[in-house]
Ligand binder design. Structure first.
Ligand SMILES: *Cc1c(COP(=O)(O)O)cnc(C)c1O
Length: 464
C-alpha cells in the first residue's frame, strides 16, 4: 500500500478513545494522559510510516504503543529502587531507609490530624520543636536542641542567627565542599557572617585561632572533613582544644559534625566516628548534624547545644523558612526514640544494621542470592559470590574500607555495562556497581525481602 493510503488509514484520537480499549484506559487513567498518549503514539506511527519503517496503520496495531506511552505518563517519577551498590548512606539513592517504627509513625500522623503545634495538656497553642527536644537532649547530652530541613539549613541558620555581620574563625583545612553544592565559604557568605580563615591546608595550631580573635569574633567553627582526609604532615586542633580557646575568650564554639553518630560504635567494631555527645562533652557549644546519614532517620538537620544559642536560633526569621514538616518530625521522633537502647537501635535502624552487618552474614546472603539467580535464570547466567570492600557513604568513615560480599553476574552475550544498564532500567531498578570488569550486586545493602525480586529481575534481563 502506498504511504499516502496508509497515513489516511491512521485512526483519529477520537476513534481510539471510543473503542473498547479506549474505555478501559479512561477508566484507569486520567483523561488528559490518555489523550496525550494516543496522540503521541499516532504521531510516532505516522513518522515511522513516512520513513518506511512501518506498514501498519490500524487502531489494533497501535494499542501496544499507546499502552506503553500511557504507562510511562502515568507512572510516578520518584520510585523505589534496589540498592546493590553496597554504599549504605547513598545520597543519590535517598540516603537512609527508615526504621519500621518511623514509617508507622509517618502513616499515623499523615492519615489525620496531630498535636503538631498544640499543647494537649494546656489546650492551647504549642511548639513544633517540643516533640523532639527531650530526645535530642537525651541522645546528645546537650542542654537543648531543634531540628530544621537538613544539615545545610542547620549550619546556615546557626551562622545567620549567631554571627551575621561578624567574624567566624575556621581552619583552612576545614573549608570543605560536601557533594551537592554545600561549600563552607559559600554558606558562610549566604549567612552574612564573615569568614576568617586561619592556619594552612594541612596544619592549624591553637595559636592560629587565638591570634585571629578580635572583638568582632562571633564564633569559632569546626567542620568535619566528611568525605576527605589530609594525610602526612598534618595537625589540627580538636574540638576540646577549640572549646578551651572559646572559653578563655568567651566565644562560642560550633561543630558541624556532618554525619551525626549518636552511639559509640567502638563496641561494634567501628572506631573512626566520634559521637555527638563526645563533642558536647568536649565542650562544643553548638553541634549540627544530618538526620539521614549515620543517624539513619529522615532528611533533617539537628542543632544541639546550649539553651541560650538554641533559643536565639529558633527565634531567627529563617526558622520558619527552614522548619521541619510534620511527616519528617514523626519519623525523626521515632528514630531518636529507637536510640534509647543502643543494642536495639543497631538492629531496628536499617542504616546501622547494614553498616554493622557481619561479613559472614553478608556472605550467606550473597550465596542465597547467587543460587536464586541460577535457579531462575538457567544455564547462560553465571552468578558467583565474590568478596570485596565497600564504604559507608554519606561523608562518614571515608577511610574505612568495610569487608563485604557481592554476587558477580555474567550473562552470555552481554557486556557488564549492558547488564548494568538493563538492571538499572528494570522495574524496580537494581543499581549495582562495576568493578574489574564484573557486574556486582553487593549484598550489604540488598535486604532479605528484596532477594527474590533481584533474582527475578536478573532472569527477566536474560530473557530480553
Ligand atoms: C553532609 C554534610 C553537610 C550537609 O548536610 P545535609 O544534611 O546533606 O544538608 C554539611 N556539613 C557536613 C560536614 C556534612 O558532612
Amino acid at each position: 500500500m502506498a504511504k499516502k493510503e496508509l497515513l489516511k488509514q491512521l485512526p483519529s484520537v477520537d476513534e481510539a478513545l471510543k473503542g473498547h480499549q479506549g474505555h478501559v484506559w479512561l477508566d484507569q487513567h486520567a483523561r488528559p494522559h490518555v489523550v496525550a498518549a494516543i496522540r503521541e503514539a499516532i504521531d510516532g506511527r505516522r513518522k515511522s510510516i513516512i520513513e518506511g519503517k512501518s506498514t501498519e496503520a490500524s487502531l489494533e496495531s497501535l494499542i501496544p504503543d499507546i499502552g506503553a506511552v500511557l504507562k510511562s505518563k502515568s507512572s510516578l517519577s520518584l520510585k523505589k529502587v534496589i540498592n546493590a551498590t553496597g554504599i549504605v548512606v547513598h545520597t543519590n539513592l535517598g540516603r537512609s531507609p527508615l526504621a519500621a517504627s518511623a514509617m508507622d509513625n509517618i502513616v499515623n500522623v499523615a492519615r489525620g490530624y496531630s498535636n503538631l503545634e498544640y499543647d494537649l495538656s494546656e489546650g492551647k497553642r504549642g511548639k513544633r520543636h517540643s516533640h523532639i527536644r527531650r530526645l535530642i537532649r537525651e541522645t546528645t547530652g546537650a542542654e537543648d536542641g531543634i531540628a530544621v530541613n537538613n544539615n545545610a539549613a542547620a549550619v546556615l541558620i546557626a551562622l545567620s542567627a549567631l554571627a551575621r555581620g561578624r567574624e567566624v574563625i575556621v581552619s583552612r583545612g576545614e573549608l570543605v565542599e560536601i557533594g551537592g553544592s554545600f561549600r563552607v565559604p559559600a554558606v558562610m557568605n549566604e549567612s552574612g557572617a564573615i569568614l576568617k580563615e586561619v592556619g594552612t591546608t594541612n596544619r592549624t595550631h591553637p595559636h592560629d585561632y587565638e591570634k585571629a580573635i578580635t572583638e568582632n569574633t562571633a564564633l569559632i567553627l569546626k567542620v568535619h572533613q566528611s568525605n576527605y582526609r589530609i594525610r602526612g604532615f598534618t595537625s589540627e586542633v580538636d574540638i576540646s582544644g577549640m572549646a578551651g580557646i572559646g572559653r578563655r575568650h568567651n566565644i562560642p564554639v560550633m561543630f558541624d559534625m556532618g554525619s551525626g553518630c549518636l552511639i559509640d560504635l567502638k563496641k561494634y567494631g567501628i572506631h573512626e566516628e566520634p559521637t555527638v555527645s563526645d563533642a558536647i562533652n568536649a565542650g562544643a557549644d553548638i553541634v549540627t548534624f544530618s538526620g539521614d546519614k549515620l543517624l539513619g532517620g529522615p532528611q533533617a538537620g539537628i542543632i544541639a547545644g546550649a539553651k541560650t544559642y538554641i533559643e536565639t536560633i529558633s527565634k531567627h526569621p529563617l526558622a520558619r523558612a527552614l522548619r521541619i514538616d510534620k511527616l519528617t518530625l514523626a519519623a525523626l521522633e521515632s528514630t531518636l526514640m529507637a536510640y534509647a537502647d543502643p543494642d536495639k537501635a543497631v538492629d531496628a535502624i536499617p542504616t546501622l544494621k547494614m553498616l554493622l552487618a557481619k561479613p559472614e552474614d553478608i556472605q550467606a546472603r550473597a550465596k542465597k542470592l547467587g543460587s536464586l539467580i541460577k535457579k531462575k535464570s538457567g544455564a547462560n547466567v553465571k552468578a558467583e559470590v565474590v568478596e570485596d570492600f565497600g564504604y559507608s557513604g554519606g561523608g562518614a568513615l571515608p577511610d574505612m574500607k568495610i569487608k563485604t560480599c557481592a554476587v558477580s553476574v555474567l550473562i552470555e552475550g552481554l557486556t557488564p555495562n549492558a547488564i548494568e544498564e538493563r538492571l538499572r532500567l528494570s522495574e524496580p531498578a537494581v543499581i549495582g556497581r562495576i568493578k574489574d570488569g564484573m557486574m556486582l550486586l553487593d549484598c550489604r545493602t540488598i535486604n532479605d525481602s528484596e532477594m527474590d525480586a533481584v533474582a527475578g529481575i536478573v532472569a527477566a534481563v536474560v530473557r530480553k
